[in-house]
Ligand binder design. Structure first.
Ligand SMILES: Cc1cc2nc3c(=O)[nH]c(=O)nc-3n(C[C@H](O)[C@H](O)[C@H](O)COP(=O)(O)OP(=O)(O)OC[C@H]3O[C@@H](n4cnc5c(N)ncnc54)[C@H](O)[C@@H]3O)c2cc1C
Length: 409
């Protein structure tokens, strides 16, 4: 079999890359995935406006609508002292969506994977575990792996290999481009609860005293069921010896604001956790014969923990740069390095602001004060809403002048 590109991993990053390559650039793609779809992925299941722009570009927004995701129209935030703030998503930019989705990854990722699989130029092999990389000199030219059904080893070769194998990905590890850094990664766990009361079509982020620096979330997956979880910077969690599962149960059972909403709720799933490699740490993500996308490239928003949007965004960009490489007939870092430059140019500003916000979010006094002010002032709520919808405006949140103005708001 002859392929132009091999994509390792069929999550949002890998499926998006494969679909753009096949659909827009007419490339022959082999998509290798170690699981069998539909498969679960520990996540909060919140799909942001950024993902939706890529879905729309790929022409599959309606495929997602068909599986009936919850549409979220805002974010509810609470401060450590229990003040609750309801901020609608607002966007003046017609190219941005003023709503998001919550959709279980078991369902969402399957939509993306099946779409890639349906394209004539994409060959998919599931239950295939990539366990080695093949080099010719310094050029990556193929992968080796095991078909988990037959137990047989296979080798595949292509001009370019895309590592889309997630947070603990084999490809990035084998290329030695930098593993997880404790100060720039989060450990997070999630479970599904049925019977959570008082939910609105909004994502909920609660800055609870016992979890700072970190937060507790409730993301509605149906009218009564929610994806519930907690996350914390890995180094802080270790330093403070926080047991995330215990911390989550403690909030559900004892937190004055949240526990009443769980009094009739039942846990309906296992508790699953995973790492989140944050975009505050730059990882080399292109080289001779390869590109990395999504979590494999460490692109998760350091403040919100969102990674699906950047996984899809980087997948689309990777496909464009790969197409350039074929046009130039050059598969070395000289051409593929453009991917890394563009990625930094397009994402670093936003990731940098989110990193600053992550630091500010560790200050309980500031959280109590800003959320308290916004709860009392329509004007401050409007300002925050605009800031959350727009990266340029978000910069205001890390500007001391904003806090000075708040003194008089
Ligand atoms: C608890 C938790 C909550 C989160 N909440 C949110 C949220 O609400 N919203 C959000 O946007 N982001 C969230 N994230 C982050 C988000 O889950 C990731 O950023 C996103 O999954 C990245 O997509 P990806 O395609 O890069 O990787 P993945 O989704 O991890 O996909 C990688 C794929 O590669 C496959 N694979 C791995 N190794 C191999 C191998 N050797 N051979 C073949 N296949 C392989 C895997 O089976 C998997 O299917 C959360 C993360 C966690 C842990």
């Amino acid at each position: 079999m002859n392929f132009d590109v091999i994509v390792v991993g069929g999550g949002p990053g890998g499926s998006t890359t494969a679909s753009f390559l096949a659909k827009k650039y007419n490339k022959k793609v082999l998509l290798l995935e170690k699981e069998q779809f539909p498969r679960d992925k520990p996540c909060g299941d919140a799909i942001s406006g950024k993902s939706m722009s890529v879905l729309a570009d790929l022409g599959i927004k309606s495929n997602v609508e068909e599986v009936d995701p919850i549409r979220t129209h805002g974010v509810i935030i609470s401060s450590p002292n229990g003040t609750v703030l309801d901020i609608p998503f607002k966007s003046k930019d017609p190219n941005r969506h003023s709503y998001g989705y919550v959709c279980k990854r078991f369902v969402y990722d399957n939509v993306l994977f099946q779409h890639a699989k349906s394209l004539p130029n994409v060959t998919t092999i599931e239950s295939f575990h990539v366990n080695d990389l093949i080099f010719e000199g310094t050029q990556l030219v193929g992968v080796n792996g095991k078909d988990l059904t037959s137990g047989k080893e296979h080798e595949f070769r292509a001009k370019i290999i895309v590592g889309a194998d997630g947070a603990n990905g084999f490809v990035a590890n084998k290329l030695s481009v930098g593993g997880l850094n404790e100060w720039h990664s989060v450990v997070s766990i999630r479970a599904y609860y049925d019977g959570v009361e008082g939910m609105k079509p909004a994502i909920e982020i609660h800055f609870v005293d016992s979890l700072i620096p970190g937060y507790f979330w409730i993301f509605p997956t149906s009218k009564s069921e929610a994806n519930v979880g907690v996350g914390m910077i890995t180094a802080d969690m270790k330093k403070k010896r926080v047991n995330l599962q215990k911390a989550m149960f403690d909030i559900i059972e004892n937190n004055a604001l949240l526990s009443p909403r769980f009094k009739n709720a039942k846990i309906t799933s296992e508790i699953k956790g995973w790492n989140l490699p944050l975009g505050s740490k730059i990882r080399k993500c292109s080289g001779n014969g390869y590109l990395l996308v999504g979590d494999a490239a460490s692109l998760i928003d350091p403040f919100s923990g969102e990674g699906i949007g950047n996984a899809m965004y980087s997948g689309r960009l990777a496909a464009r740069i790969i197409n350039n490489a074929f046009e130039n007939n050059d598969f070395t870092e000289a051409t593929l390095g453009e991917y890394e430059r563009r990625l930094h140019e397009e994402l670093d500003y936003e990731l940098g602001i989110s990193y600053k916000l992550q630091k500010l979010g560790q200050n309980k006094f500031l959280l109590n004060w800003v959320i308290g002010k916004a709860a009392r002032s329509e004007h401050v709520r409007e300002t925050l809403s605009g800031m959350l919808a727009n990266t340029q405006a978000k910069k205001g949140l890390v500007n001391p002048l904003f806090y000075l103005k708040l003194l008089f708001a």
